[in-house]
Design a protein around this ligand. Structure first.
Ligand code: GDP
Length: 471
């Protein structure tokens, strides 16, 4: 049952508590600047951290003093060029290894929008971490390295450029900026930029399913800062008159948020104790992105799959204490009445009057990716759903279908080769909270991985057999 934001219903706090008209408040909040969640992906060493660190610096988000300290620290380790990357890579371990592991979140603003930046790691082992970052993203920047040979390494099969593009699209990102980075290395050569754009553009539209008008290519140098906020290089200006990276980021369209649907939040982290005045030591705090609906202080919420009801005592969005939060917000909330040992990464909080279905055996529509070994019945896979990972097996191959029309092209196939769409049955070793795609785009989609390879993307089946991913 869909609940509107302004009406009270089961699960909506005590009647004495002052209720906020969330839809009204949300309109007011958006009248200022709308917030989008941005993820930055790409092959390791493409320059993601340097690019975004430099961008944050140019936007005034990093103090001169912090930057000087980063530079000094980097000098000490003889890795001077990493200084900008360190804006994002905070831990000593990451500094010493020079890689981003956690999905670090930072805020920044452009002329018309606010952004929450989910910086995604690039190492192969870290793809599952990246997926939990990407699962929260509305829009993305794919960073590729223009250095001769380096773009090719990232783009070849086995490189992460392809895999990340497929992952973010499968997780629902539909608007993309491709930063063709390290253009300083090739002296801003138009021919190199054009070559990379041609290869990627065909791949992104034909193989990954991005609409051409939703993908923009920008030549950049994260290192020198050229064409991030300003374009001053004569070599570049001689052939480029398009947007800077900041202008293009500002031009992202805010997605439509399902704020009037039932409340859902997928837990990406949790800890003991409350935040602010949020219930003290008996409380537990959880964070994650709100996938649907809205929530306010005083609301009851059900924790799934354990099915325990708690009360929301405090909420923070972007490190500010707030009374309410809506779909699209990354929220931190304190709950009372819930046993912390019953909460896990991947648990789901939802409206008690409209819980998410729990299942361990379901029908799904999947598309296989660029796999070498066809999928057959019984192959063990890991299901990634929001921040949850669960062992699973494909128990039935019902049919192959046409990707465009959804018509069945073959019943009971023996195996699923690469790049096909199919209807299958999947069993998970423990119950998962999965919605039909028709009910929730956000909670209706999942990925299947085998070893270190993402083998397929899928959606929970809806009665009307809706298309797999809305291209
Ligand atoms: P990430 O793994 O994608 O986050 O890449 P980093 O930001 O850590 O950068 C990897 C390496 O490339 C570092 O040595 C950077 O100094 C270097 N680098 C990053 N951006 C640029 C750039 O625009 N031009 C040049 N010449 N080097 C860059």
């Amino acid at each position: 049952m869909a609940k509107t934001a302004s009406t009270g219903s089961i699960g909506k706090g005590s009647p004495k508590m002052k209720r906020v008209d969330v839809l009204e408040e949300y309109k007011k909040r958006n009248a200022e600047k709308e917030t989008l969640n941005l993820v930055v992906v790409g092959h390791v060493d493409a320059g993601k951290s340097t690019l975004m660190g430099h961008l944050l610096y140019l936007l005034g988000e990093v103090s001169e003093r912090s930057m000087k300290k980063f530079e000094r620290d980097a000098e000490k380790l003889k890795k001077g060029s990493f200084a900008f990357a360190w804006v994002l890579d905070e831990t000593d371990e990451e500094r010493n290894r020079g890689v981003t592991i956690d999905v670090a979140i930072t805020k920044f603003q452009t002329a018309h929008k606010k952004f929450t930046l989910l910086d995604a790691p690039g190492h192969r082992d870290f793809v599952p971490n990246m997926m939990s970052g990407a699962a929260q993203a509305d829009v993305a920047i794919l960073v590729v390295d223009a250095t001769p040979g380096e773009f090719e390494t990232g783009f070849d099969s086995g490189g992460q450029t392809r895999e990340h593009a497929v992952l973010i699209r499968s997780l629902g990102v539909s608007q993309l900026i491709v930063a063709v980075n390290k253009m300083d290395v090739v002296n801003w050569a138009k021919s190199r930029f054009d070559e990379i754009c041609a290869k990627l553009s065909t791949f992104l539209s034909q193989s990954v399913g991005f609409r051409k008008q939703n993908v923009t290519f920008i030549p950049t140098s994260g290192f020198t800062g050229q064409n991030l906020a300003k374009c001053t290089s004569e070599a570049l200006l001689s052939w480029y008159s398009g947007n800077t990276l900041v202008e293009q980021i500002d031009a992202f369209e805010p997605p439509v948020r399902p704020i009037d649907k039932p409340f859902r939040l997928s837990v990406t982290d949790y800890f003991k104790g409350g935040i602010g005045a949020g219930g003290g030591g008996g409380a537990v705090s959880v964070s994650g992105r709100i996938e649907g609906g809205n929530v306010q202080v005083g609301d009851s919420v059900t924790v799934l799959p354990i099915n325990e009801v708690g009360v929301v005592r405090a909420i923070e969005v972007a490190e500010e204490s707030v009374k309410w939060a809506v779909a699209g917000d990354n929220a931190l909330m304190s709950l009372t009445g819930v046993d912390m040992t019953h909460i896990n990464i991947g648990s789901l909080l939802c409206d008690p009057s409209a819980p998410v279905p729990i299942t361990s055996h379901f029908r799904a529509q999947i598309v296989t990716f660029d796999i070498d070994i066809p999928l057959t019945i019984g192959v063990p896979v890991v299901l990634h759903h929001q921040s949850l990972t669960e062992q699973a097996t494909i128990t039935r191959l019902e049919s192959l279908i046409n990707k465009a029309t959804n018509e069945v092209t073959k019943k009971n196939p023996r195996a699923l080769p690469r790049n096909v769409a199919a209807i299958v049955e999947i069993k998970t070793s423990r119950p998962v909270c999965l919605e039909k795609f028709s009910a929730s785009k956000e909670l209706g989609r999942f990925l299947l991985r085998s070893g270190t390879v993402t083998v397929a993307g899928g959606i929970g089946m809806s009665e009307d057999c809706a298309p797999l991913i809305c291209f």
